[in-house]
Design a protein around this ligand. Structure first.
Ligand SMILES: Cc1cc2nc3c(=O)[nH]c(=O)nc-3n(C[C@H](O)[C@H](O)[C@H](O)COP(=O)(O)O)c2cc1C
Length: 377
């Protein structure tokens, strides 16, 4: 019997738990159709807004690579270098809602069994902007979108009431989520920024607003490196750069730490994990920490724009994994979600050598006497 890769997440049935995240791979109708043909279980559209945006002159995304035999990191293409990360300063879709609406309907009709999630973004702080969120949500769900993802996390929006500027404010996160929930007939996922002190705070805001799932991570706020010879940033326009977002392999461990905080704080809630995934081995980390689905961007961008080989390997990896563990009775990825969530503990809970005791710095035991440290009074 063929292994069943399907899963249900926030009440929506997925052919498999792998999605393309909101980014260039999902910026057009043709890309999304190709992605479904290639086998992705779902796609999240490039973020749709009401107003047109204008991107920078020149490249919006570049890839940082590391040498195997030196510490050199550079975006310059060279043989033998391995991918370290992607860096981008691309804004949301430069196509407006009117452009997207007929396309969303056509995509959904062509692939009714695959999951189409609309990523949307408007401003915040007044009723007009909240109505914009509602307008976007209603228009997308009317075209058959299976869920809505709120972009509360783009790290390079100029407007202080958009993107990660909203995502950094737990009250705004809550208000925006609640406004969308008031009109939504499909599940609402909140995509949060990792660039805050404690992502659990913003997640609580989203859940209080009624979010059906938390999605993390968007890209991490970052800068490209400066070229030693030209003294220019490796990405710049007329010598200038602004902060952008880091994705790809470099953020996998960072994003896992954020996800671990989230799934431990809200063990009964739904999570979609993103950050540095290109193989099933990477994805499995997110599942074991408590994610029901995962999303991919950088690896897909580098694989024929929509990741046909990446999704083939993800599906093959999941099949191999379920077959190898059939004796445990695992028949779906849902059976392993969260299995390692509680293995992340406070440092003081990790065993010390011998009989030594350590209480997390709260008690005197374990501290050296001042005289042992050579501290003179
Ligand atoms: C060029 C580029 C554009 C992106 N645009 C969006 C966007 O419009 N909306 C969004 O929610 N995330 C956007 N992202 C973030 C990705 O969806 C994803 O969260 C991030 O790249 C981390 O995943 P990765 O490590 O697989 O790249 C973008 C990322 C890149 C590299």
């Amino acid at each position: 019997m063929a292994t069943d890769l399907s899963t249900t997440f926030t009440g929506v049935r997925f052919p498999n738990p792998f999605l393309l995240s909101s980014a260039p791979p999902t910026e057009s109708e043709s890309n999304i159709l190709r992605a479904f043909e290639a086998g992705w279980g779902g796609v999240v559209t490039k973020t749709i807004g009401l107003h047109p945006v204008v991107n920078v002159v020149g490249p919006k995304t570049k890839f940082l690579r590391a040498d195997a035999d030196s510490a050199h990191l550079s975006m310059k293409k060279r043989p033998g270098a391995a991918l370290h990360s992607s860096w981008n300063w691309e804004l949301i879709s430069d196509k407006t809602l009117d452009w997207w609406v007929p396309r969303l309907g056509r995509i959904k009709r062509a692939f009714p069994g695959h999951v189409l999630v609309a990523s949307v973004m408007a401003g915040s702080g007044n009723d007009t902007e909240l109505r914009h969120w509602q307008e976007l949500a209603v228009a997308c769900q009317e075209q058959g979108c299976d869920a809505l993802e709120l972009n509360l996390s783009c790290p390079h929006m100029d407007r202080p009431d958009m993107g990660s500027n909203v995502g950094k404010d737990k009250e705004l996160v809550s208000i925006v989520t609640k406004a969308v929930k008031e009109v939504a007939t499909v599940p609402v996922w909140a995509k949060l920024t990792p660039s805050t002190t404690d992502i659990v705070v913003e997640a609580r805001g989203a859940l209080l607003g009624g979010a059906d799932a938390i999605v993390s991570s968007n890209t991490f706020t970052s800068l490209p490196l400066i070229d030693m010879e030209t003294l220019d940033f490796e990405v710049h326009v007329d010598g200038f750069v602004s902060t952008g977002g880091l994705g790809g392999p470099a953020i996998l461990p960072l994003s896992l730490a954020k996800m671990s905080q989230l799934t431990q704080a809200f063990p009964d809630k739904s999570f979609s994990g993103i950050g540095g995934i290109s193989t099933f081995e990477h994805a499995l980390n997110y599942f074991l920490l408590g994610c029901g689905t995962v999303q991919v961007c950088t690896a897909a961008m580098l694989d024929h724009a929509v990741g046909p080989n990446v999704i083939r390997e993800l599906n093959a990896g999941l099949t191999r994994f379920l077959d190898a563990h059939a004796d445990k009775g695992w028949t779906s990825i849902a059976d392993v979600v969260g299995l390692r969530r509680d293995r992340v503990v406070a440092q003081s809970k990790i065993r010390r050598p011998g009989e030594k005791d350590y209480r997390g710095g709260y008690e005197a035991e374990g501290y050296a006497e001042e005289k042992e440290l050579g501290i003179k009074k």
